[in-house]
Design a protein around this ligand. Structure first.
Ligand SMILES: [Zn+2]
Length: 224
């Protein structure tokens, strides 16, 4: 698996700090299970957060610590990560997906009881847990080969992890293991590649905004 699209630094920092809503955290944890580069970035952020916490109680930041803080934003640049680390084999249990997601799955990826949204596009809402049950959405989405998703933007953040297959949009091609970390500024319209179904795990912290014809059709379904 060659992962090209990673978690944004702001998102990863929020995950480390425990401030991401739960559905977004599930997507981040699932990507971390298969991505050595993002695990390394998360570990660095955890170390730095611990260091800053200790220093905050004793003294202001030293120049060396400020220099360390400057390192963090660059960790998502193409050259900053070390992708040579061996991939730790994630625990897939019996569902064909990494463990942080597997425990939410009702069945294997091949046996999901999909619900059709429009021809060629179906979804399956996943259960949320914890004290934030009303915050955000977590769902599986299946796009048939060659099918175009209705163009949409977001009122908040949307994280999409590709579990099987691939799609293309304005940001490039997203393949198995890649994560799309989109904010409210992004308007996009993914098109599934033609080889197989594209199955994604998608979390939002606010409803999606569909534009054009599909808006009236899909908003009641997605706009929880
Ligand atoms: Zn990554």
């Amino acid at each position: 698996m060659s992962i090209r699209h990673h978690i944004g630094d702001d998102t990863l920092m929020a995950y480390v700090n425990g401030t991401l809503v739960e559905p977004l955290s599930v997507v981040v944890a699932t990507h971390l299970a298969i991505c050595p580069r993002c695990r390394k970035s998360a570990a660095l952020m955890e170390d730095l957060a611990g260091l800053l916490l200790m220093e905050a109680e004793t003294a202001p930041l030293s120049p060396a610590e400020e220099a360390m803080a400057d390192i963090i934003p660059s960790s998502a640049s193409p050259d900053a990560g070390n992708d040579d680390q061996p991939l730790i084999k994630p625990d897939y249990s019996n569902t064909g997906v990494p463990m942080p997601l597997a425990e939410r799955m009702p069945a294997t990826l091949d046996d999901i009881p999909w619900r059709t949204l429009i021809p060629g596009i179906s979804h399956y809402p996943l259960p949320k847990s914890g004290s934030q049950k009303n915050k955000g959405t977590l769902r599986l989405l299946k796009i048939a080969p060659g099918k175009t998703m209705p163009e949409h933007s977001h009122t908040g953040q949307e994280l999409t992890l590709i579990l099987r297959g691939s799609y293309i949009d304005d940001l490039g091609r997203f393949q198995t293991g890649d994560i799309a970390d989109l904010d409210s500024e992004t308007l996009h319209q993914p098109v599934a590649d033609t080889a197989e179904d594209c199955i994604c795990l998608i979390a939002t912290d606010a409803p999606l905004k569909f534009s054009g014809f599909f808006s009236r059709l899909l908003q009641p379904v997605f706009g929880i």
